[in-house]
Every structure is written in structure tokens, then in C-alpha cells.
Design a protein around this ligand. Structure first.
Ligand SMILES: NC(=O)c1ccc[n+]([C@@H]2O[C@H](COP(=O)([O-])OP(=O)(O)OC[C@H]3O[C@@H](n4cnc5c(N)ncnc54)[C@H](OP(=O)(O)O)[C@@H]3O)[C@@H](O)[C@H]2O)c1
Length: 355
């Protein structure tokens, strides 16, 4: 049996964090401590620490006994009010949570070996408009503000002279099954489709016409978790950054009929709407549908963050990362995005999140 490792997953209940926890617990030799404000049940080799990382004293107290932590997976996140494209400018809380978490664990554990920092394609300005594609890890940053830069710069300075190192992973639009985590694309498509169907409408692409035909990419959460584990233990990954996507690309116009088929719906012509505005008054309808179809009782506001969906469907420019570097360093997994959407959306139906 190999060496024992203890991971601290910061943001353990998010669309990324919960998949990393699950992945590590399937791996021999790992124990996991999950961190978030909400509580979660303990399980074999898993315990959960509830702490508000914005509070540095609470972070020091809550994480101060993690003397055996060998790895930190950092996937906490604080959105801001307004359009999702502006989330990257929400610097202070996103920098402070990282600072408070890593400082506390660094002080607690002499066994710390690596921090895996989750950033994203917004590093390249993918949220702002057309950018150089495919984006490569060596490409320059876009013009700030972007909290990723603050996180990377702080970690780079803090790590200097320590026994541990860090690796940065840049995914794009995570797709997973994490009901109750609203900033996620899969529930947005599932709930939008279900509401459209209930209203007797076809499945219309709700984004900009240019977004329907542009190239897009996503990262399945389970795939990302495999990459995070790889990046945590592969010695050569230290002080490197890697784009992590499914490895393929698609255009919504080709994918849309396949998504409609999952919901047994006809495809309509695209019609650009603001989902944030148009979905705002659909809560009573969703409540009625929850009763009518005996759905799992999730609060409408906790199921989907419509500004996030507007952001994804509003990218009328190509969004492409180059994943050559991760393959050259030894991570060879790929995901068929079309099959992934069919599988994931089907699960939202099977598990009664949507009818
Ligand atoms: N989701 C995507 O599509 C995507 C794509 C590319 C990159 N990323 C990047 O990945 C990173 C993680 O994002 P995500 O989408 O996984 O976020 P998420 O699903 O919203 O999860 C955020 C996690 O952070 C925890 N958290 C938030 N505030 C906290 C606080 N004050 N103290 C302790 N824990 C706190 C949350 O739990 P509690 O609420 O219980 O505290 C939750 O577990 C972000 O930097 C994001 O930009 C995400």
C-alpha cells in the first residue's frame, strides 16, 4: 500500500469540489476533509468542517488542527451580484478565502506537499469577448481585474521557500450533477427545457444567434476530478498551469437537437432572450410542476443561476482551449461532450430533479 495522503477540499459542496471529494474517496490511501459554510455528513475516511473562510480567525480555528494535510484542492468561490461575466472582478472575497484557507493549513501541517488551485478559461478573458483561440497556457493574461490573477500572484509569493508547491488548473463551464448548486450549466438546460415543455413550447436556443454557431467547450466535473487527482500527484505538475476541458469542441446548433431529444421535445428556431428576466416569474409554475410530477423538492432559486446560463449562451465568439500541454505531461482522459450532455441531462430526469 502506498503512502497515506490527506486532502483538504476547500469548497467541497460545489460543482467541482464535491466531485473531487468523491474521486479521492474512491482512491486507496486518501482521507479527505471537506470545507464549506454548509454542513455535510461524515463518511468513511471523510469529515467535514463548516467554516466561513471570509473570517480569518474562524478559518485559523476551524483548520488549525489539520496537521496531517498533504494536499489542498482549492475550489471555493464567491459570485457577485449581476451578470456572470462580472464574477471575475469579485476580487476581495475570492482572494481572502484562498489566503485564509492556505495560511491556516500551511501553519497547521508540516506534511503539506501541493496545492491544486482551480481557476478557469476566464484567465484568457474568455468572458469578455473574442480572444486568441485555441488558448494556450503560455498566453498572456487579459487586462485585469480578474481574481484568478490575485489568487495566483498571492500563492506564488506565499509558496516561495516552502516545502510544498502548487499547480493551477483552468477548466471551462463545469458540467456535473450537483442539484442545489445553481451556477452550473446542466440544471439550467434541464429546468429551461422542462419549463418550455410545460408551456407547450419547442426547445429554442435562448442565446445570441452568434453563440448558436460559435465553437464552445465544456469540462465534465467527473473528468475534472480525475485531472485534479493527476495534477496533485504527478511530480512534473508543480508550478505549472493546465487547461482542463473535455478535449473536444462543439457548436450548440449541432448539439441542440440531441438535447431536445433527451426531453422528447421538438427543436424550435433560436430566439435570443434574457433567461434572467424571462425565468424570474416562473417560480410558481415550477412549484406546481414539482407537485404535479412529484419532483425532488429543490427551491427554484437554488436550482439554477439564470445569469450564469445567460453568460454561457451569450458567448457569440469561439471559446477554445488547447489541451496539448496536459497530454504531454501525462493526462490523457477525454470526454465526448455530446454523450456527456445526453447522459447528464438524462440523470436530471431519472433522479426527479426535472420531469
Ligand atoms: N462552475 C463552472 O462552470 C466553472 C468554470 C470554470 C472555472 N470555475 C472556477 O472554479 C472555482 C470554483 O467554482 P465552482 O463553480 O465550483 O463554485 P460553486 O459550485 O459555487 O462552489 C463554491 C464552493 O465554495 C464554498 N464557499 C463559498 N463561500 C464560502 C465561504 N465564505 N466559506 C467557505 N466556503 C465557501 C461553497 O460552499 P458553501 O456555500 O456551503 O460555503 C461551495 O462549496 C471558481 O474559481 C470558478 O471561477 C468554475
Amino acid at each position: 500500500m502506498g503512502e497515506r495522503k490527506q486532502a483538504v477540499v476547500i469548497g467541497a459542496l460545489g460543482v467541482i469540489g464535491r466531485y473531487i471529494v468523491e474521486r479521492l474517496l474512491r482512491e486507496d490511501g486518501w482521507s479527505v476533509v471537506g470545507v464549506s459554510r454548509r454542513a455535510a455528513d461524515a463518511a468513511p475516511r471523510y469529515r467535514h468542517v463548516c467554516v466561513d473562510l471570509l473570517d480569518s480567525r474562524a478559518a485559523a480555528a476551524g483548520l488549525g488542527d489539520l496537521s496531517e494535510a498533504t494536499h489542498i484542492f482549492y475550489a471555493a468561490f464567491q459570485p457577485a451580484a449581476g451578470a456572470a461575466a462580472g464574477y471575475a472582478a469579485n476580487i476581495a472575497p475570492n482572494r481572502d478565502m484562498l489566503v485564509n484557507a492556505v495560511t491556516a493549513i500551511d501553519a497547521a501541517s508540516r506534511a503539506l506537499r501541493r496545492v491544486v488551485l482551480v481557476t478557469g478559461t476566464k484567465y484568457y478573458g474568455a468572458h469578455l469577448g473574442p480572444f486568441k483561440t485555441p488558448a494556450r497556457e503560455s498566453d498572456p493574461r487579459h487586462r485585469p481585474p480578474n481574481y484568478y490573477f490575485d489568487q495566483i500572484d498571492w500563492l506564488t509569493g506565499f509558496q516561495r521557500g516552502k516545502r510544498w508547491d502548487f499547480v493551477e488548473l483552468r477548466p471551462q463551464t463545469l458540467c456535473g450533477f450537483a442539484p442545489g448548486t445553481p451556477m452550473s450549466l446542466a440544471p439550467a438546460i434541464a429546468v429551461y427545457a422542462a419549463l418550455s415543455k410545460e408551456l407547450g413550447l419547442p426547445l429554442r436556443f435562448p442565446g445570441k444567434p452568434g453563440a448558436y454557431t460559435s465553437i464552445y467547450q465544456v469540462t465534465e466535473s467527473a473528468h475534472f476530478a480525475n485531472a485534479a487527482l493527476w495534477a496533485a500527484v504527478e511530480p512534473r505538475c508543480g508550478r505549472e498551469a493546465f487547461n482542463i476541458t473535455n478535449g473536444d469542441y462543439f457548436r450548440w446548433k449541432n448539439l441542440w437537437p440531441k438535447l431536445a431529444a433527451v426531453f422528447d421535445m421538438p427543436v424550435g428556431e433560436p430566439q435570443a432572450i434574457s433567461l434572467t428576466e424571462h425565468m424570474a416569474d416562473k417560480e410558481p409554475l415550477w412549484r406546481a410542476m414539482t407537485a404535479k410530477y412529484r419532483l425532488e423538492p429543490h427551491a427554484y432559486g437554488q436550482l439554477v443561476a439564470w445569469p450564469f446560463a445567460d453568460y454561457v449562451f451569450g458567448c457569440d465568439w469561439d471559446v477554445m482551449s488547447d489541451t496539448t500541454k496536459s497530454r504531454q505531461f501525462g493526462f490523457h482522459d477525454v470526454v465526448d461532450s455530446e454523450a456527456m450532455f445526453v447522459r447528464l441531462l438524462g440523470r436530471f430526469r431519472q433522479e426527479r430533479i426535472v420531469p
